[in-house]
Design a protein around this ligand. Structure first.
Ligand code: DX5
Ligand code: ZN
Length: 231
C-alpha cells in the first residue's frame, strides 16, 4: 500500500472560506486564520451559471500561493472538467466538482488526480448519493452541501445531519468528509458527531470580530462533538 497523500490530513479541521473575507486585505486575513491553526483555505468559485453569482477564478488561487495551508477549491461551475488544468496550475491542492455540474463526473475526478491535485465530489442538498457510489474510489473528499450553493450566510439545513452519516458509510477509509454552509458554533459539533471531518466556515470566521479566535472556538466545538460520540 502507498502512503496516504499528506495533504489529506491537512484538509481536516476548520476550513475558513474566503468568500466572507475582506478582499482588500485578503492575504493578511488568510495569514491570521492560518496562524490560529487552520490548515485549509476554502476558495469558492462561482460562474454565474451553475449558481447565479460570479466570484473568483484561478488568479485568486495564484494570489494565495505560498500560504502555509492546503488550497481547497470548490468549483460551483458548469463543466468543471474544462477548467481543472488552470486551477491546478494556479496552485490548487484539492479540486472539488459538483455531481450536478457535469455528465463527465468520473472523467473530471480522474483528471483532478492526473493534474496532481486531490479530487473532491460535492453534492447539493437535493442530490442523492448515486454519483458518489459510482465514483467512490476516485474521491479524496466528499463535500456535503449543508445549504444550497451560491451564497454565504445561509441557514444550515437540518436534514443534512442524517445525510452526513450516510456519506460517511460510503467513503473509503482516509477520505475527507466536508460540510459547507451554515456551519457555526451551533451546528459544527453535530456535524462532527455525524462523521464530518472538514468544516467550511465563512461568516462564522471572517464575519467575526476576531477571525483567529473564531477558528479556535469552532475547532474546539468540533472536537467536543467527536468526543461526545466517543462517550
Ligand atoms: C456557499 C459556499 C460556502 C460559503 C459558506 O455556496 O460554498 O463555502 O462560503 O458560507 P457560510 O459559512 O457563511 O455559510
Ligand atoms: Zn464552498
Amino acid at each position: 500500500m502507498t502512503d496516504p497523500d499528506p495533504r489529506l490530513a491537512r484538509l481536516t479541521g476548520v476550513a475558513p472560506s474566503i468568500l466572507a473575507s475582506d478582499f482588500g486585505r485578503l492575504r493578511s486575513q488568510v495569514e491570521e486564520v492560518v496562524a490560529a491553526g487552520a490548515t485549509t483555505i476554502h476558495i469558492d468559485v462561482m460562474d454565474g451559471h451553475f449558481v447565479p453569482p460570479i466570484t473568483m477564478g484561478p488568479l485568486v488561487v495564484d494570489a494565495l500561493k505560498g500560504v502555509d495551508a492546503v488550497l481547497d477549491v470548490h468549483l460551483m461551475i458548469e463543466r468543471p472538467e474544462r477548467q481543472l488544468a488552470d486551477f491546478a496550475k494556479a496552485g490548487a491542492d484539492c479540486l472539488t466538482v459538483h455531481a450536478e455540474a457535469t455528465p463527465q463526473l468520473h472523467y473530471a475526478l480522474g483528471q483532478a488526480r492526473e493534474l496532481g491535485t486531490l479530487a473532491g465530489l460535492a453534492v447539493c442538498p437535493g442530490t442523492g448519493l448515486d454519483a458518489l457510489e459510482e465514483t467512490t474510489e476516485l474521491v479524496d473528499l466528499a463535500l456535503c452541501m449543508t445549504v444550497n450553493p451560491g451564497w454565504g450566510g445561509q441557514k444550515f439545513i437540518p436534514s443534512s445531519f442524517d445525510k452526513i452519516g450516510r456519506i460517511a458509510e460510503r467513503l473509503t477509509p482516509g477520505a475527507v468528509l466536508q460540510v459547507d454552509g451554515g456551519v457555526d458554533l451551533a451546528t459544527i459539533g453535530r456535524c462532527a458527531a455525524a462523521g464530518a471531518t472538514s468544516f467550511v466556515a465563512g461568516s462564522a470566521v471572517f464575519g467575526q470580530a476576531d477571525p483567529g479566535e473564531a477558528v479556535r472556538a469552532l475547532q474546539a466545538a468540533a472536537d467536543a462533538g467527536v468526543g461526545a460520540v466517543g462517550g
